[in-house]
Design a protein around this ligand. Structure first.
Ligand code: LIP
Length: 282
């Protein structure tokens, strides 16, 4: 599907907007975080939790984006979104890594991406400007199509690039697990297959930060099944623009999302796609 991208001047303006609103929402979820975070509701399972701050962050993002871009659509993880006429959709995760937020583990992020196409259609959309902000470490990962990816922390800004790893047995691999026990059992079987073939596994708890870790060379590869567009939209762009390779069965999506250093592409995509077919689609 040919998805025409806006020109770089607009993409640059939307990257700056994504960074700005991700920061302000990130400040909100840190500054307003209760000492004892409570579960406001559960979603797909009893462990798929949402807190009042997930919704507050989404409400904040929605208000800022509607004010700046009233003709754009907004798709978010929590309640409340917007339709649009511009052909651009903002795909937002107000707190990616909600369980980490609940437990006070400093590995959660606000993820904001501007995309073209329909994010509900596998292979039918792509991000072109976006930001992932970890408000605890004050790290902002930003990118736009064709202009590379960067990490901004305070006054420091540096370009991102993945590792030079080119052998699977040396690869440090990040992954994640779903909220349903049945899916976790299948995901566990895939990890069992992978463990003897790679250096080690890391489980950070945020797909957005995992994809940015591939972009930053903090891991060599990442894969996960069961992700929603808001978990992966901005991280996908940051990883690709850093020079990593990102894929899945029909592009990155619910069925499978993987990302890795370019030298690992063939070996890593084969082992996770075969393993996913065997354990999760069998
Ligand atoms: C989380 C993802 C993570 C996955 C979790 C959950 P949430 O998103 O970022 O990679 O392993 O199961 O889906 O629910 O914190 O927005």
């Amino acid at each position: 599907m040919d998805l025409a991208l806006p020109d770089d001047a607009l993409a640059a303006a939307l990257e700056a907007l994504a960074a700005d609103v991700a920061r302000s929402a990130g400040r909100l979820v840190v500054d307003e975080r209760p000492d004892a975070v409570e579960v406001a509701a559960t979603k797909s399972t009893a462990t798929d939790v949402v807190t009042a701050m997930d919704q507050a962050s989404q409400d904040h993002l929605l208000a800022r984006l509607r004010e700046a871009r009233p003709d754009d659509a907004v798709l978010g993880e929590e309640d409340g979104g917007a339709t649009g006429t511009s052909g651009i959709t903002w795909v937002i995760d107000p707190i990616d890594g909600t369980v980490n937020y609940l437990y006070g583990i400093p590995a959660y992020a606000v993820s904001v991406a501007a995309v073209v196409g329909d994010p509900s259609v596998p292979g039918g959309w792509r991000p072109f400007a976006g930001a992932v902000y970890n408000p605890v470490t004050d790290e902002l990962f930003g990118a736009r199509a064709g202009a590379g990816a960067r990490l901004v922390r305070g006054d420091d800004q540096r370009p991102l690039s993945p590792t030079a790893c080119d052998s699977l047995d040396q690869a440090l691999v990040a992954t994640g697990f779903g909220y349903a026990a049945e899916r976790r059992e299948r995901q566990g079987r895939l990890v069992l297959d992978l463990l003897p073939q790679v250096r080690d596994i890391r489980r950070a708890g945020s797909a957005a930060l995992d994809l940015c870790s591939v972009a930053a060379g903090r891991v060599d590869a990442y894969y996960e099944t069961g992700l929603n567009p808001w978990d992966l939209a901005a991280g996908w762009l940051v990883a690709v623009e850093a020079g990593a390779v990102v894929g899945g069965f029909d592009g990155p999506g619910e069925a499978l999302t993987w990302a890795c250093a370019p030298g690992l592409r063939a070996a890593f995509s084969n082992v996770v796609e075969d393993g996913t077919r065997r354990h999760l689609h069998g």
